[in-house]
Design a binder for this molecule. Structure first.
Ligand SMILES: [Zn+2]
Length: 48
């Protein structure tokens, strides 16, 4: 499985996608940085 790296736009911490993204039932995805705790909604994934 692909497990790309995402970079927090706030603190620039690099985390594996699986560990920082939470999939919602409505197919939205929430990014939550473990380092600074920021949350970003409606992440657009690169999945085809
Ligand atoms: Zn961060």
């Amino acid at each position: 499985m692909l497990n790309p790296i995402v970079i927090c736009p706030d603190c620039h911490a690099q985390e594996k996608l699986d560990s920082v993204l939470t999939a919602q039932s409505n197919q939205n995805v929430i990014y939550r940085c473990k380092k600074c705790g920021c949350e970003i909604r409606d992440i657009q994934t690169s999945k085809g």
